[in-house]
Design a protein around this ligand. Sequence first.
Ligand SMILES: [Zn+2]
Length: 419
Amino acid sequence: MALTEADLARIAAAVDEDRLWRMHMEMAKFGATAKGGVCRECLTDEDNQARKLLIQWAHELRCTVAVDAIGNMFIRRPGTDPDAVPVATGSHLDSQPTGGKFDGAFGVLAGIEMLHALDAAEITTTRPVEVINFTNEEGGRFQPGVMGSQVYTRPEELERMLSAVGADGVILRDALAAFRAMAGPMEDRALNLPYAGFVEAHIEQAPMLEETGNTIGVVTGIQGSRKYQVTVTGEEAHSGTMPMRRRKDAVLAASTMVVGLHRMMEDPADLTRFNVGRFQAYPGAPSVVPGQVRFAIDFRCPDDALREGLGGQIAGLCQALAGPCDVQVDEIQRSETTPFDPGVMAMIRKAASRADAPSMDLLSGAGHDARNMTKLCPTGMVFVPCKDGVSHNEAESATAADLAAGARVVAQVVAEMAG
Ligand SMILES: [Zn+2]
């Protein structure tokens, strides 16, 4: 049964800005840092406490909670047709080690606020409605990131991911068992069950909405990316005795490569995003000419042809700049630019205008769980502004009014898809 325009307007009006803000502040206590951010890495004690509070809130809403083999949590509000394929929203409660209060948490809490609003507006949907908390979106403690949605949509990856070893030496399988033991009995959920639609709310993590005075970003897709590991091998030697002309200095070669790559990636339209965020020299002693450097490249660009072309030149340029050293370039991950569903985008635009929130279309520079969900069902994303476009930072900030506007959009879109 289709909901009327009046029903959707009632749902939007039932979203409670203060309640949503209070939930953010409650959640931010788990892993709270002195600088006002959170450190809530995947399946740590802090993350498990956040998960436990989520379970408590779900039960207060008379919803069921199920968990799958990678620890994704599914909070379900039943529909009138128990056999109907559900509609979902959600994101992640885990954070970067120096993360903020809103990245990920907003998408989950907007979903919980949606459940409150559906109750307050006395809406019954045909399809069940779910809020998902995906495991390990951030990929800090365990790699790779967006793990929960990847395993959910590609179950053949499960065993490999369960064996991931954390930066602290803990195996993900054991961390997951500890969470299950702490959380108590929960219904098990199979991987890869279908959805009729998925929409994820998130802070923008860029300054476009703020700069243009818009409240809602209608996300058109997620830009493609290529990730590389580069290993430069030279030769260790005494730094006081070995003549300069005979050295094979891996730091000199690798830093020349980094500068050269940055120059190559410059484009007048400012579309490319190129980052060397990790650069490690070995053995790392002041009096030893470095014998090896490993550095990591994260290269993203929405233009598929440009990304293919520039990405294809990385290994060659590194070879050309290696000097007396050897270099090996391994591409460890690549993804194409993923478009979101035009029908979901249209629903988001209409929902924003019903909520009197100015909106604009934009592409996501960052990866999100929604990218994986596009394999399963019509998918979209809703962005709200964050101060100065800052995220992955303890200073991350968003306003209660903007978060509520995002929740109003999500609640309407999910309700519309759930009928
Ligand atoms: Zn996030």
